[in-house]
Write a protein that binds this ligand. Sequence first.
Ligand code: SF4
Length: 366
Amino acid sequence: MKYIDEFRDPALAQRIVTQIHTTAARCTAERPIRLMEFCGGHTHAISRFGLRELLAPVVESRSGPGCPVCVTASTDLDRAIAMADVPRVMLTTFGDMVRVPGSHRQTLQAAAARGADVRIVYSPLDALDIARQHPKQEVVFLGVGFETTAPGIAAALLQAEADSVANFSVLSLHKLTPPAMRAILDAGETTLDGIIGPGHVSAIVGSEAWAFLPREYAMPCAVSGFEPLDILSAIDALVQAVVAGAPAVINTYARGVRPEGNPIAQQLLDQVFEVGPADWRGFGVIPASGLVLRETFAHRDAARRFPIDVTPAPEPPGCRCGDVLRGLIAPSECALFRQVCSPRNPIGPCMVSAEGACAAYFQYET
Ligand code: SF4
């Protein structure tokens, strides 16, 4: 078993795989048990360690919308690119974002090549330091991420206030994960039997944030860590719940996730952000699924400091990122996969991001 040998404890991994097959064999449905891993980090681990192959044909997994770069709408990317072109603006962001194509395949990287000041940072506090060092420029941090990264942005904004760094603002494209999961289930476009809950997000929001899944959708959810053994354990728990017909939230990542989450991070978020609508690639606008700056931080809101109108743009022709993000297809079902689209020539964001499903399939799956 070429994959099993790469696990930290191959014997344990083999036992769990065998158990999953044995339990799933008791399932009466005439199709594999279909799970969705919300998080792009899980998608990469599933591909990297061959979990799909190890669990076939009894379990099938679909990737979900848990790649923040991928779900950033083209219109929002276009706005960020236009903002980088505003005189005196220096746009800072994480590395993945500079290569993600907006409409007409424009990128922040291309904007930088034609003279815009775009800089890659490793944290929002780095961007704040840059603002201190360049008081004559307007430093905008392009904030992209879920509940996991938003507390760091909140901390940077509070620090900017405390230190009176007037030239620092944030373009917040932050998104909340439970509303996207709800949107997928409400749409009913794909049949799912269970959800592998995101570990890092759940460390902030708590495993109880997923209680609506079994309560309202009779859908089991297993919160998982990122080691391949963690994911196998989560899948094992989900398969048992499916076969027993007993949907519940199962926290298989108790070493990192508490039922109530991280109250300090939640308080930071609440101080700086409020919940508002957000535009998701592949979904459109989902109400109450984004984090917008509170009125008390309006002067730090780059969208208000540098208002830019952008025309909604179509997705790149042929790119099916939206269908991948909603779990409708596997990346290999996109006609452009490998033929035209590759990490060297990415057509959509799912091939660019380190958490993108298309990049994971390209790198690890044949
Ligand atoms: Fe888009 Fe490329 Fe993925 Fe197809 S393979 S969905 S073109 S990113």
